[in-house]
Design a protein around this ligand. Structure first.
Ligand code: HEC
Length: 393
C-alpha cells in the first residue's frame, strides 16, 4: 500500500495594516508569503493519507435508477449588478440551505435559501500571491489554492495583524505540471481531482486529513470522467458526477471506501447535459435505495445559473465600489499598467475617486498616459468608468 509521507509545511503570511507611506495598497491589507520554513510551533498539523487498498473491489454497480435531475430555467439576474455574473467562477452547496458562489475578485456570495434569492457578500481583504486562487468562506475563513500546495488559515492565529497559513501538499499537487481541478470548496472540505484520482481534504481545526482514492474504472478500463462533486447529507459521504453516472462515495469501514454507481442524467432547460460541471447540489441516499435532493440545486453553465424553480437573485450589499468586480477585473489592471508606473497608487479606488474627473479628461484628450498609447477601446472603458465615478455621491 502506497502511503504518502506525512508532511506539514508552514509558511507565515503577514497581513500588514498599511501605513500612510504605502500608497499602492492604501486601505487594503496585503498578503505576503514567506518562503516555507519549518517551524517548531506547538501545533500538531499533519496530513494523513488514507487509501482504500483496492478501489475496484469497493465498487458496487447498483441497478438503482436515480431520478434524473432537471434544471428548468435560468435564474433571474435582472437585479444583479453589472459584471456580477462574469465574476463568478464556481458554485458549491455547503448544506441544506446554503450555497457559496465564488467570484474571481476575492469575494464570495452566500445564497441562503431561507432568505429567498438574496446573496450576501463574504469578502476578505487579502491579496493572494500571483497565480494562486482564493476561495473565500464564511467567518474570515478561506482556501488558498496554488499550483502545488493548498493553504488555509490556522485557527491558532492569535494576532489579528498576522495570519498563519497551514500549508499542505495533497498527493495530486505533487506534480506541478498537472495541477488538479478543484471540484468543491466549502468550510472544512475540499475536493480535488485529476483524471484518475480524487483527493478529499477534511479539516479538523489545524489538522488536515486527505482521502486519496482512484476513480472507479468503466468497463473499457478507463476511469469514469468526473465532471463535478459535492457533499452528501451524511458525514463522510460525497457525490461525484460523470456524464451518465452519479457516483456515491461512502465510508465502508476503517480506511475503506465504497463507490456506488448509478445511471444518472442531468438536463438543463430540457437539453441533456453532456458534461455536467459546476453542479451545486446536496443529496441524501438511504440504505434502502431511497434518494433525494436536499434543498435547491444550481448549475453554473456558460455564464448563467440554472435551477429548478427560477429564482430571482438579488445582491444585499451597500455596494462598495472598491470591491466592484468590474473595477477590480477590468479597470484596475489598465490603471496599474498605464498610470501607476508614474503615479504611485493611481490604481487604488480612493485615488480614482479623488481624481476621476482629471483622469478622465487627461485620458480623453490624449495627454495621458504619457509616452504610452491606449487603444480606442481602452480609452472608452476608462473614460466611461471614470465618468460614472464622477457621478457617484
Ligand atoms: C510615463 C509617465 C506617466 C504615465 C505613464 C502617466 N502619467 Fe500622468 N503625468 C505624468 C507627468 C510627468 C505629469 C505632470 C504633467 C506633465 O508633465 O504633463 C502627469 C500629470 C498627470 C495629470 C495632471 C493633469 C495633466 O493632464 O497634466 C493627470 C490627471 C494624470 N497625469 C493622469 C494620468 C493617468 C490617468 C494616467 C494613466 C492613464 C497617467 N497619468 C499616466 C507622467 C505620467
Amino acid at each position: 500500500m502506497d502511503f504518502f509521507k506525512r508532511r506539514a509545511l508552514w509558511c507565515a503570511l503577514l497581513v500588514t495594516a498599511c501605513g500612510p507611506g504605502q500608497e499602492t495598497v492604501r486601505g487594503r491589507a496585503h498578503l505576503y508569503v514567506q518562503p516555507a520554513v519549518p517551524q517548531d510551533e506547538e501545533v500538531t498539523t499533519e496530513d494523513t493519507i488514507i487509501m482504500s487498498s483496492d478501489p475496484n473491489q469497493a465498487v458496487v454497480f447498483d441497478g438503482n435508477v436515480i431520478p434524473s435531475l432537471s434544471l428548468a430555467a435560468e435564474v433571474d439576474q435582472s437585479t444583479l449588478p453589472a459584471g456580477w455574473m462574469q465574476d463568478i467562477f464556481a458554485i458549491h452547496k455547503i448544506d441544506a440551505n446554503r450555497t457559496l458562489v465564488f467570484g474571481k475578485s476575492k469575494q464570495t456570495w452566500l445564497l441562503d435559501e431561507t432568505q429567498g434569492g438574496v446573496l450576501s457578500r463574504l469578502s476578505l481583504d487579502l491579496s493572494p500571491p500571483e497565480g494562486e486562487r482564493l476561495y473565500v468562506l464564511e467567518n474570515q475563513n478561506f482556501w488558498l489554492v496554488g499550483r502545488n500546495n493548498l493553504g488555509f488559515p490556522s485557527t491558532l492565529s492569535q494576532n489579528p495583524s498576522q495570519l498563519t497559513l497551514v500549508n499542505i501538499v495533497p498527493d495530486l499537487m505533487k506534480d506541478p505540471a498537472n495541477p488538479p481541478r478543484v471540484l468543491y470548496a466549502g468550510p472544512q472540505r475540499m475536493i480535488l481531482a485529476s483524471e484518475k484520482r480524487t483527493n478529499i481534504v477534511l479539516l479538523d481545526g489545524d489538522r488536515a486529513r486527505v482521502i486519496a482514492l482512484d476513480f472507479p474504472k468503466m468497463r473499457d478500463g478507463t476511469p469514469v470522467p468526473i465532471a463535478s462533486a459535492g457533499l452528501m447529507q451524511d458525514e463522510e459521504a460525497f457525490w461525484f458526477l460523470a456524464p451518465e453516472y452519479l457516483l456515491l462515495l461512502r465510508k465502508a469501514g476503517e480506511d475503506r471506501w465504497r463507490w456506488v454507481i448509478s445511471s444518472f442524467r442531468v438536463d438543463i432547460a430540457g437539453v441533456l447535459r453532456e458534461d455536467p460541471t459546476d453542479l451545486a447540489m446536496l443529496v441524501s441516499a438511504e440504505a434502502d435505495g431511497g434518494f433525494a435532493y436536499v434543498g435547491r440545486t444550481f448549475e453554473l453553465m456558460a455564464g448563467k445559473i440554472f435551477e429548478q424553480n427560477p429564482l430571482k437573485l438579488s445582491v444585499d450589499i451597500n455596494a462598495d465600489p472598491a470591491l466592484d468586480p468590474y473595477f477590480i477585473n477590468t479597470v484596475q489592471p489598465l490603471l496599474k499598467t498605464y498610470c501607476t508606473p508614474c503615479h504611485v497608487g493611481a490604481e487604488t479606488f480612493p485615488s480614482v475617486k479623488a481624481s476621476a474627473a482629471a483622469f478622465a479628461q487627461s485620458i480623453a484628450n490624449g495627454s495621458m498616459p504619457k509616452n504610452m498609447a491606449l487603444t480606442r477601446e481602452q480609452i472608452k472603458t476608462l473614460t466611461d468608468y471614470l465618468n460614472r465615478v464622477v457621478a457617484m455621491p
